[in-house]
Design a protein around this ligand. Structure first.
Ligand SMILES: NC(=O)c1ccc[n+]([C@@H]2O[C@H](COP(=O)([O-])OP(=O)(O)OC[C@H]3O[C@@H](n4cnc5c(N)ncnc54)[C@H](O)[C@@H]3O)[C@@H](O)[C@H]2O)c1
Length: 347
């Protein structure tokens, strides 16, 4: 079952939420990356001295470590510690740590409990919410994974104080996406903030993650409306992968924002969205995220190939989520190669 994330409003409430999540655990194991164990673990350990001595499993930061080899190593480590089925895995980190740790927890002994403590904005409003776990295979993003809700998600916005600005901007793209698919007021409010000020608005972080929770609750296994959350991701994933291949990596959030811009042009060309609203979306996103560089855009064939191979497609037909207004979108819309081309040229 999806339990709503807990967003403590004071250090005491954070401590209380942590303690509540630890009850019933036969043993506690902590997964984090180098940055989150340095910046965030001391605070967790200080609030809960009883878990200070728990085994820490540290990975190097970065998407490259969300992989099969690392997952296998973590499973072996749990087995060496003789973790039993009542063990709890604390996943303290960004989306890499919660996706990887969530996956490991979901398959170790057919599933142990995970406690997600997301430390990046992307993690707090998106990755740690909704029960999708996963690892990459040879560059194929999230090629292996499970659907399994963590036992609890505790969102402590104070963690964001050490998060680099570019990572804040990346998470902001997903918050704007939540506004675009479900709440025009949220879109407007998030647009008034600078990325570095978001930590001061836990109310907006909460609104964002509740939008995702509501959609997931209605469609946990993505048979329908959960696909709304893919807005910006068909084109976005292609741009992100192309950028990586051409040696100019970009953040996931920027790629999603650029994806939304292109998908808005597709929607406009199809007559699905009013011109003023489409222009408002594109102008606002461009102001914050800029545009993909010419080095990425000139690989048109490769970009189209990536869109066609997207795992969200069915039977060779590319289906996308497109905005229909500020605050609503439609999913499962067939988009032709020519329409994608025209949207790419629009940059
Ligand atoms: N499961 C889902 O539904 C879902 C949704 C969105 C994204 N994701 C996945 O999430 C991943 C991206 O997440 P991300 O952007 O959080 O990446 P990430 O986990 O790599 O974190 C980004 C960087 O910030 C650092 N960091 C995190 N918290 C910090 C803090 N408090 N202080 C200082 N540094 C900190 C990390 O060490 C890392 O270097 C991708 O793998 C993506 O596929 C999953």
């Amino acid at each position: 079952v999806l339990r709503p994330a807990v967003i403590p409003d004071s250090p005491e409430a954070f401590e209380h939420a942590l303690r509540a999540a630890l009850t019933e655990a036969s043993g506690v194991f902590v997964l984090g990356d180098e940055n989150t164990l340095n910046h965030c673990w001391p605070e967790v350990a200080a609030r809960c001295p009883e878990i200070q001595g728990s085994p820490l499993m540290e990975i190097e930061p970065g998407e490259a470590f969300k992989c099969w080899e690392v997952a296998g190593h973590l499973l072996e480590t749990l087995a060496e510690y003789r973790a039993d089925r009542q063990a709890l895995l604390i996943c303290l980190g960004g989306g890499v740590v919660t996706d990887l740790g969530g996956f490991v927890a979901s398959v170790y002994k057919r599933g142990i409990a995970a406690l997600h403590l997301p430390t990046s904005l992307m993690g707090q409003v998106d990755a740690a919410i909704g029960g999708k776990t996963g690892i990459d295979l040879e560059g194929l993003k999230n090629a292996v994974g499970t659907f399994r809700f963590p036992k609890e998600v505790i969102v402590w916005p104070q963690f964001l104080t050490t998060l680099p600005e570019e990572e804040m901007r990346s998470g902001m793209a997903e918050m704007l996406k939540h506004g675009l698919i479900a709440d025009p007021g949220h879109w407007k409010e998030v647009l008034t903030l600078r990325p570095t000020n978001i930590a001061e608005r836990p109310d907006l972080i909460e609104r964002s993650l509740r939008i995702k929770e509501d959609i997931v609750r209605n469609d946990p296994h993505e048979t329908g409306q959960r696909a709304l959350l893919n807005l910006g991701h068909t084109m976005g994933h292609a741009l992100e992968a192309e950028a990586l291949q051409s040696g100019h990596p970009v953040s996931h959030g920027s790629a999603v924002a650029w994806g939304i811009m292109a998908e808005t042009r597709v929607a406009l060309a199809k007559g699905l969205i009013a011109r003023e609203e489409a222009e408002e979306i594109i102008t606002a996103l461009e102001k914050i995220f800029g545009k993909p560089s010419p080095e990425i855009l000139r690989h048109t064939e490769s970009l189209l190939g990536k869109i066609i191979n997207d795992k969200k497609n069915r039977g060779g037909e590319v289906r996308a989520t497109l905005p229909t207004a500020i605050g609503s979108a439609s999913f499962g819309i067939s988009v032709s190669e020519e329409e994608w081309m025209a949207a790419l040229e629009g940059y």
